[in-house]
Ligand binder design. Structure first.
Ligand code: NCD
Length: 308
């Protein structure tokens, strides 16, 4: 696959071979990290993290990734309040300026399409680190990498996606990647108000991917190889009552977790609220903390691909 310029949507990834080479690179990064053998391929390069929405994992893992590769970071962790956005500067102007100081920009924004708009005017690579209810492609890369690492394969898997499928951008980015592998079956489990938007359902249908929609975990998660749980995205609701009505619909406790196949894995992009009880953390199926760690190595591999 030719070199990527920007990473805006996971629909850009059409070649499983490219993903495999990214996974190999991520795995190499992990080995080198563990043995303190990392080299500095990005020495002298700078990544700017321009975050207009809260983040812990995504921003820290991008910044750690850049620094572990020998590069530097410029960070704006609360760009909505602390950047010139408060003075009325447009995102385009901000990106134009920051691209003069940095070699790549990871941007998280509350508006869907913001990263794409930034990419249109940016001379340096733009990485979408979450655009409102749109996408979060680098999380999806970490998710797919985690599945491959934990289960050894991606083809033929049955994947249950659970929770806020309407607003969950990690889901929107994960689906196109799952579609790259033959024989994948997808169960979409959500309350009726939080169903996957038609755009993504059409995408699955066009790709000929088998999917089912439902509300109840019972009878579905017992079949799953991967149960991917998501947080109900409180920040996207117009009223507190609407959020309260759905916030705790799915709770994976020890009893539910044990109904999964022994070799199945439980994933979550994190942060969690009540969707997975802490008692599940000790379950051998819990893969969400590994998933968060894997995101460091996949971001290292991606930054190296974009910048080295
Ligand atoms: C996710 C996000 O920001 O979309 N978090 C993350 O990056 N791991 C998921 C979420 O906030 O629920």
């Amino acid at each position: 696959m030719e070199k990527l310029k920007h990473v805006i949507s996971s629909r850009q990834f059409k070649d499983p071979g490219f993903l495999l080479s990214l996974f190999e690179s991520a795995h190499q990064m992990e080995r080198d990290d563990v043995f303190h053998a990392l080299t500095d391929p990005l020495r002298g390069r700078i990544l700017a993290t321009l975050f207009f929405e809260p983040s812990t994992r995504t921003r820290f893992s991008f910044e750690a990734a850049m620094q572990k590769l020998g590069g530097g970071v410029l960070t704006s962790e609360n760009a909505k309040a602390n950047s010139s956005a408060t003075k009325g500067e447009t995102i385009s102007d901000t990106v134009r300026i920051v691209s003069g100081y940095a070699d790549a920009i990871a941007i998280r924004h509350y508006e869907q399409g913001a990263a794409e708009a930034a990419a249109r005017i940016s001379p340096v690579p733009i990485i979408n680190a979450g655009d409102g209810v749109g996408e979060h492609p680098t999380q999806a890369l970490a998710d797919i990498y985690t599945i491959k690492k934990e289960l050894g394969r991606l083809s033929g898997l049955r994947v249950a996606l659970v929770g806020d499928l309407l607003n969950g951008r990690t889901i929107h980015s994960l689906l196109p990647l799952l579609c790259l592998y033959p024989g994948v079956t997808i169960d979409l489990l959500s309350p009726a108000q939080l169903r996957l938007p038609p755009l993504y359902r059409e995408f699955l249908a066009e790709r000929g991917v088998a999917f089912h929609e439902g509300e109840r975990l019972e009878g579905v998660i017992e079949q799953a190889d991967v149960a991917y749980i998501t947080r109900v995205q409180s920040e996207r609701f117009v009223s507190r009552q609407e959020y309260d009505a759905v916030k705790d619909v799915y709770i994976i406790d020890a009893e539910t977790a044990n109904r999964l196949k022994p070799e199945a894995i439980i994933m979550h992009p994190l942060p969690r609220v009540n969707e997975i009880s802490p008692e599940v953390d000790a379950n051998t199926r819990a893969a969400y903390f590994k998933q968060a760690k894997n995101s460091l190595y996949i971001r290292m591999a991606l930054l190296k691909h974009l910048l080295a």
